[in-house]
Design a binder for this molecule. Structure first.
Ligand code: NAD
Length: 474
């Protein structure tokens, strides 16, 4: 499979003529050859997006709504093809891509299509014979930079709201998994997106990504990825005073009280951490369990983990596929080594299995809050189980990392659940459930999990600016 850049609704080679190979994570064999976009390609893409901005931003909003709605319909019409592509490129089980990634991508276009015609300003009672009103206007060219764990869905999360309110976009997909972004761009063109409104530059983060971040004609960078990359981007964006939103890493606590439906909580904890091979920014990777039910929870979690079906991502029965790359597998395995060295009790899993980049789902109990496996984001199938005694103590443990992306609380005591939900410093809290998302509900991080919100009405504030207009009525 050969993939090119997508500029002005056309597939083109990188100007340098260079390419990058990406492997099939299930076999390690070459899957695709991507164009290696660099600064000069980013210049072309941004120029195209800038040239398209005046007409797109002034287009009748009903027309923007119609195009985005049509995009959602076309995504659904191509569901099997997109699910297969995403599964091949990332290693995620096709059952998940079919049930979640592709339908939620379509939902995102449907939801934001509606906002194209619903964004309004205010009229403001000011002093004097004056009519004062506000216009909510698009920013211009948005750089959307995304990671490899949910490339199609995360592309949609950035594109749909940005386009709905009249921005144009240059998308930088992850070098590990760019194919669904390129296919989505073709689908959007088929839906009626004019040339230049969306451009896709594949390539490396430190080349194509970095060139976007310091480009003078890019108004905003909307980034999802690692916390360290977020820091680099924030520094680089200072040169041109760009607006930023950063969706970064997590080390989310999933808290089980003794008064919960303990069996349900423990069974859910398995998918909370191992969904998508644990490559989920909100993975419930720290399971905090009240001491009196610790043994019961550990036993159920280990049994549930051992029952997970590892296999070929394209087999509909597979529940866990390989990790995305050899380098990422090695990083995850090194964390399992750290857990062993730090004296945590490994209850199941523990190693890489090949061919392909598979890692056994691994559970540690006897973990303490100081251990690296309890503090650092592993972004793979590794669960750390920590005991706690009371609400006060668990509130402190929950907050004891630099991250603040999400948290789960399992209890039948409604008052305790709401009180703790208010206290936890995280952008999302799930009570008696985990990993729920909806295009309508705001999503983002506290602390070093980033800032800015995606989804819901909240993201529209981040993709528009307010103009105050004063009319003399005197
Ligand atoms: P990453 O930060 O390495 O890469 C993400 C993207 O940034 C890629 O497209 C990459 O090419 C690009 N990039 C890298 N260096 C860059 C630079 N200097 N300038 C501009 N762009 C650059 O992350 P990853 O390994 O692809 O993804 C895993 C991380 O993403 C995890 O930390 C995970 O928690 C995070 N993540 C967060 C969310 C969220 O919503 N908060 C969602 C998914 C993943």
């Amino acid at each position: 499979m050969n993939a090119k850049l997508w500029i002005h609704n056309q597939s083109v080679d990188a100007l340098c003529g260079e390419t990058l190979d990406t492997p099939n994570p299930a076999t390690g064999e070459r899957l695709a050859t991507l164009a290696r976009g660099k600064r000069e390609d980013v210049d072309r893409a941004v120029a195209s997006a800038k040239s398209a901005f005046p007409a797109w931003s002034r287009l009748d909003p009903n027309e923007r709504q119609r195009i985005l709605w049509r995009a959602g319909e076309l995504v659904l019409a191509h569901l099997p093809e997109l699910a297969r592509l995403e599964s091949l490129d990332t290693g995620k089980p096709i059952a998940n891509a079919t049930a979640i990634d592709v339908p939620r991508t379509a939902d995102t276009f449907f939801y934001f299509a509606g906002w194209a015609t619903k964004l309004t300003g205010d009229t403001i009672p000011v002093r004097g014979p004056i009519l004062n009103y506000t216009l909510r206007e698009p920013l211009g060219v948005i750089a959307a930079i995304i990671p490899w764990n949910f490339p199609l869905l995360l592309a949609a999360r950035k594109l749909a709201p940005a386009l709905a309110v009249g921005n144009t976009v240059v998308l930088k997909p992850p070098e590990e998994a760019s194919l669904s972004s390129l296919r989505l761009a073709e689908i959007l063109a088929e839906a009626g997106l004019p040339p230049g409104v969306l451009n896709v530059v594949t390539g490396l983060g430190e080349e194509a990504g970095a060139a976007l971040v310091d480009h003078v004609d890019v108004a905003k960078v909307s980034f999802t990825g690692g916390t360290d990359t977020g820091r680099i981007i924030m520094r680089a964006a200072a040169g041109t005073l760009k607006k930023l939103s950063l969706e970064l890493g997590g080390k989310s606590p999933n808290i089980v009280f003794a008064d919960a439906d303990v069996d349900l909580a423990a069974k859910s904890a398995v998918s909370a951490v191992f969904y998508n091979q644990g490559q989920l920014c909100t993975a419930g990777s720290r399971l905090l369990v009240q001491r009196s039910v610790l043994d019961q929870v550990v036993e159920t979690v280990v049994a549930g983990t051992n029952a997970l079906v590892l296999g070929d991502p394209l087999d509909p029965k597979t529940q866990m596929g390989p990790l995305v790359s050899a380098a990422h597998r090695d990083r995850v395995v090194s964390y399992i080594g750290k857990g062993n060295e730090e004296g945590a009790d490994r209850r199941t899993g523990g190693g890489a299995v090949g061919p392909g980049y598979y890692v056994e789902p691994t559970v540690f109990s006897g973990v303490t809050a100081e251990m690296a496996i309890a503090r650092e984001e592993i972004f793979g199938p590794v669960l750390s189980i920590l005991p706690f005694d009371d609400v006060e103590q668990v509130a402190q443990i929950a907050d004891a990392t630099e991250f603040g992306l999400a948290a789960g609380i399992w209890t039948r005591d409604i008052g305790k659940a709401h009180a703790l939900a208010a206290r936890i410093r995280a952008g999302t809290v799930w009570i008696n459930t985990y990993n729920r998302f909806d295009a309508a509900s705001p999503y983002g991080g506290y602390k070093q999990s980033g800032f800015g919100r995606e989804n819901g009405r909240a993201v529209l504030e981040e993709l528009t600016q307010i103009k105050s207009v004063w009319v003399n009525l005197g």
